[in-house]
Design a protein around this ligand. Structure first.
Ligand code: ADP
Ligand code: MG
Ligand code: MG
Length: 211
């Protein structure tokens, strides 16, 4: 089964921040096609602030870690993605609780709680062309892999693959939430930037657990 500890989750956050910094221009390009060309900058600013904050001391437990990540994102990112990702991490932390390690099913429950937080906040539905379209299949794939007796590492890889497929499936969609929805039919033919950053989130989770 395997378990994921506080230090591994902190490593995930750091890998996510690095990958966002690396893909910043691409995320901004995606947002320039159907939004306001700031998704790369928003995510890089937010995750940069998170890494800086975490550099000042090791969190005592997983709730502490994820609460710090969530609160920092909410307070440092002005765009829609700040409160949405912020809520994801806050809810993940609340679900995990003040523990220093999560087994596969506790990690799955925390990811599900994070997804539910995004739904509560942004009201996205499947096919609205948002980060939900990458995250929801990722969380489902994680649960399905665990139910089929996969290791946590394999479940995280299945989630990453599902997130990437969900991101790609946003290409033909017409946006029904967020700024991209103002474009109507013209939003079709472009990947959703938030779905793209969510695929990075799950890819770095899989990489962390595999490491
Ligand atoms: P803004 O749109 O305020 O400039 P960003 O560009 O950082 O913020 O983030 C845009 C992304 O946020 C979109 O690509 C989409 O995935 C996501 N998003 C926007 N509105 C919603 C919503 N209501 N529910 C879920 N995700 C949303
Ligand atoms: Mg934007
Ligand atoms: Mg904006």
């Amino acid at each position: 089964m395997g378990a994921v500890g506080t230090a591994a989750l902190q490593d995930w956050i750091s890998r996510f921040s690095d990958a966002i910094a690396e893909k910043r221009e691409w995320l901004t390009e995606l947002d320039s096609a159907i939004g306001d060309a700031d998704h790369g900058a928003n995510m890089a600013r937010g995750m940069g602030a998170v890494v800086e904050k975490l550099g000042t001391g090791a969190p005592a437990n997983i709730d502490d870690l994820l609460k710090t990540v969530g609160m920092t994102l909410v307070s440092s990112v002005g765009g829609a993605s700040g409160p949405l990702y912020g809520t994801f991490f806050l809810r993940m932390g609340m679900s995990a609780g003040a523990v220093t390690s999560l087994d596969g099913s506790a990690l799955g429950a925390a990811l599900r709680a994070g997804l539910d937080g995004i739904v509560a906040r942004g009201k996205p539905e499947a096919g609205d062309k948002t980060m939900f379209d990458a995250m929801s299949p990722a969380v489902d794939a994680f649960d399905a892999a665990l139910a089929a007796e996969s290791s946590v590492a394999d479940a995280a890889r299945a989630a990453s693959d599902a997130a990437a497929a969900g991101r790609d499936a946003t290409l033909p969609l017409v946006a029904r939430k967020g700024r991209a929805s103002y474009l109507g039919e013209r939003s079709a033919g472009h990947l959703d930037p938030g779905a793209a950053s969510t695929a990075i989130l799950f890819e770095t989770l899989a990489d962390t657990i595999a490491a």
